[in-house]
Design a protein around this ligand. Structure first.
Ligand SMILES: CCCCCCCC(=O)SCCNC(=O)CCNC(=O)[C@H](O)C(C)(C)COP(=O)(O)OP(=O)(O)OC[C@H]1O[C@@H](n2cnc3c(N)ncnc32)[C@H](O)[C@@H]1OP(=O)(O)O
Length: 161
């Protein structure tokens, strides 16, 4: 299990501008969205793309809802985690206050999708975010918006009390 101390020790290296196209580091090793050591996780790999972030992602049989189709909650999980990489570029930790997903078409198991996310507006502590998921033909499968609220490190100590 990732402890808070080791997670925070790596944050200065994460919450800074990263070069275009580079792989961004996971939030921590056990993160459900991107942690490489979480056997139940999505192992999302994300790159900086201009002012936003991009990932190519394929859902597998651990994430099935209806046969052959990704569970909507799994799709929302990955989108939520993708937003978490924008925080590196913003330069401050934040958490999801509101997340909406418009499921325009089924997300198929075993099919690669391109996911993009960016910041549409920032007002004080509030970050307004948007994301999209498209297939290889550029067909729009899902769109999303979210409101994240920046928090201090003390927010994360709650999980260790
Ligand atoms: C390190 C990053 C890892 C990223 C991993 C992926 C993301 C995640 O999974 S995060 C986990 C899920 N999210 C959570 O657990 C968060 C739970 N919620 C909370 O802890 C609190 O509600 C928290 C911290 C978000 C906000 O609480 P608090 O600090 O009291 O702020 P609060 O005053 O309620 O709201 C802050 C501002 O947001 C505004 N706001 C709240 N909800 C909304 C909304 N839906 N739309 C627009 N604005 C909103 C408020 O009006 C307020 O605005 P202003 O400052 O102008 O008055």
């Amino acid at each position: 299990m990732t402890d808070l101390k080791s997670m925070l020790a790596t944050w200065a290296e994460k919450f800074r501008p990263h070069a275009e196209g580079v792989d961004l580091p996971p939030h921590h090793e056990q993160c459900l969205g991107c942690g490489p050591d979480n056997p139940h996780g999505h192992h999302l790999q994300v790159r900086r793309y201009g002012d936003g972030v991009v990932a190519e992602h394929t859902f597998d049989n651990r994430h099935v809802g209806a046969p052959g189709i990704a569970h909507g909650g799994a799709v929302a999980t990955v989108i939520d985690d993708l937003y978490g990489f924008l925080l590196y570029l913003v330069g401050a930790p934040a958490v999801t206050r509101q997340l909406t997903v418009d499921y325009r078409a089924p997300v198929m198991i075993g099919t690669p999708y391109r996911m993009e996310a960016g910041v549409t507006n920032q007002e004080g502590r509030k970050l307004f975010l948007a994301a999209s998921l498209t297939d290889r033909d550029g067909f729009l499968v899902a769109t999303s918006t979210a409101v994240f609220v920046t928090v201090g490190v003390d927010h994360f100590t709650r999980g260790t009390q």
